[in-house]
Design a protein around this ligand. Sequence first.
Ligand SMILES: Nc1ncnc2c1ncn2[C@@H]1O[C@H](COP(=O)(O)OP(=O)(O)OP(=O)(O)O)[C@@H](O)[C@H]1O
Ligand SMILES: [Mg+2]
Length: 283
Amino acid sequence: MGIVTTKNLTKVYPNGTKALDKLNLDLNSRISCIIGRNGAGKTTLIRILSTQLRPTSGKAEIMGYDVVRDREKIRKIICSIPQEVKPVGIASPLEHVAMYLTARGFSIKDALKVSRGVLTELGLGHFMSKPSDELSGGMKRKIFVAMAIASNADLVFLDEPTVGLDPISRLEVWGALRRLRSRVVLTTHYMEEAEALCEEIAIIEKGKVVSSGSLEELMEPLKGKVRVEGYGEMKIGSMNITYLSKKEAKMLLDKYNNDRRISIKPVSLEDVFILSGVEVEKD
Ligand SMILES: Nc1ncnc2c1ncn2[C@@H]1O[C@H](COP(=O)(O)OP(=O)(O)OP(=O)(O)O)[C@@H](O)[C@H]1O
Ligand SMILES: [Mg+2]
């Protein structure tokens, strides 16, 4: 039984936008990640998986439960943090997290204890009793990440959990997610987040999964290659990019007499991402 399984999952919004197009996904790792361009369908997918939105057709299961038929059961075992959510201004981080935990069935005593621990772990120790209005944008985001981490849910969905977080805060969140017992499915635009955290990565584009697997599996087609910037027919923004073997790249640099406009970089998940997008656009 997979953690998340979808079969031909399709979502057409009332205005006719097809956000998910027969999407097939199978996630089985403790921490998995969904990446994809703006508008690819990530939030729509997370909302369907967390039973906030109904699919138009196709199927989706969470740990064997159907997202339509077993909605109530799924809601008991998951915690989902939406992409855009704001705290109540007058309530403190501690009040937010502790109230959420009591709603999930924690005793007040346990809720306060766990909330304090997680808020401290995420670097909000000194701010946990201040009104949320007085916090920075990143601190506000951390309140919701703290809820997910403290929830003790079997499966946690996080839609862009670390948006707007500074590099140290991001490391604190990664550490907390790694230590968690819950399974985690997150979306991110930070490639290094997917690389550092996720055992399984799915790339979605135009409502379909275009590649999925471990980082090593996704990187396989680029094995032995380097990224050459400033040369090649593939245009990303105003930059030309191509992928060549190290030997070819060296020959190219020699040919162009070490032209400074051409630079060579090691490949990473970002390159898998770029290539999956380019392939889709050729269709
Ligand atoms: N409520 C809605 N009504 C109509 N169309 C919508 C609605 N929400 C999203 N869409 C459309 O569905 C598509 C997928 O949007 P979605 O929010 O799922 O993308 P995303 O991958 O989460 O993007 P981002 O990285 O920007 O958060 C887009 O074309 C978007 O315009
Ligand atoms: Mg989104």
